[in-house]
Design a protein. Structure first.
Length: 334
């Protein structure tokens, strides 16, 4: 749907779409709140809004950024964002915060740590609660990313909760995946690095000012380790950089490297192919999630589930047999 005034959009949603396209931060925030809502009527409205905004997406550089706790992700994002703004660019940051165990809402730590960037009108910082979603991102991060693109932001940064076994989903929704590392972390992070090194497009050792020798040694080790891996992209070898976000050192080199990445992949056609593949993967993830939801909400399944769960827990039946029984309840409707 390319016409902002056509289709099933209600008047308030047409105004919302127009506001997002005009770059209004309030409209963008309201649109993200809409897509994050779990209400069925809101989900239908959100789908129509995203459809209307789709022609206005796709022009931003999508950056995924992750790193171990304490590596200075928020400090780096703020320094990097302010650097881009100084170059005349608009920057959006989707910061995925840990969820409160009491309310389920975002703790908002990232927004409070990026005070200067948050206050700049050329930036948009949106913290979202992870709410149990895996992959280091929130459930609706992909939708929020598209909304930021439609609002005209040149660079959209997705900052994950932190590095872990499941903190790599961000690589499946962004153009370039950036891994922040500490130069003096030692061998205790080897297990963590193995899970994401194959996905990293750029590796940056932050806080390089604390120990230049340790940074140089860690960078050499990382380059050697990356050299043993099969490259994820045929036309790109992940560089290893050093930076100090606190002092603003190395930030320009990072930006130049990211521009080189985009230019290289655009010229080879790999960026377009990567985005097509990500879109299809996203579709199937939504289908899988929708089927799981429908399964759990099916009347016959809901009526039988307590009995089946009790049988499995009590050893009266195997999980395999129980799952098949429940799935058979759905088969008659397909």
């Amino acid at each position: 749907m390319s016409d902002l005034s056509s289709g099933p959009l209600a008047t308030k949603d047409r105004d919302l779409v127009a506001g997002v396209v005009a770059g209004e931060r309030r409209a963008l925030a309201k649109a993200i709140t809409l897509v994050e809502s779990s209400r069925p009527d809101h989900r239908e409205r959100a789908a129509a809004v995203l459809d209307a905004l789709l022609p206005h997406t796709g022009k931003s550089l999508r950056i995924g950024l992750t790193g171990v706790p304490g590596v200075g992700k928020s400090t780096f994002v703020e320094a990097f964002g302010l650097h881009l703004i100084a170059h005349g660019l608009k920057v959006a940051v989707l910061a995925v915060d840990p969820s409160s165990s009491l309310s389920g809402g975002s703790i908002l730590g990232d927004k409070t740590r990026m005070e200067r960037l948050t206050q700049d009108t050329r930036a948009f910082v949106r913290p979202s609660p992870s709410a149990g979603a895996l992959g280091g991102v929130a459930e609706k991060t992909r939708e929020a990313l598209l909304l930021c693109e439609a609002a005209g932001y040149d660079v959209v940064i997705v900052e994950t909760v932190g590095v872990g076994q499941s903190e790599t989903a961000v690589a499946g929704m962004t153009d370039v995946f950036v891994l922040l590392m500490l130069p003096n972390a030692g061998d205790d992070l080897q297990a963590i690095k193995k899970g994401i090194m194959e996905l990293a497009d750029v590796v940056i050792f932050n806080k390089a000012d604390l120990d230049a020798t340790a940074t140089e040694r860690a960078a050499l080790q990382m380059r050697a380790a990356l050299g043993l891996l099969h490259p994820a992209l045929p036309h790109w070898r992940p560089p290893v950089l050093a930076a100090s976000a606190l002092r603003g050192e190395g930030i320009e080199t990072v930006w130049q490297t990211l521009q080189d990445f985009r230019r290289t992949l655009t010229e080879s056609g790999e960026l377009a192919e990567k985005r097509r593949r990500q879109a299809l993967d996203w579709m199937w993830q939504l289908i899988d999630a929708g089927l799981r939801h429908r399964f759990r909400e099916h009347p016959a399944v809901r009526a039988t589930l307590p009995e089946v769960q009790a049988a499995v827990a009590g050893g009266g039946t195997t999980p395999t047999a129980a799952a098949q029984r429940l799935l058979n309840l759905m088969n008659r409707y397909f």
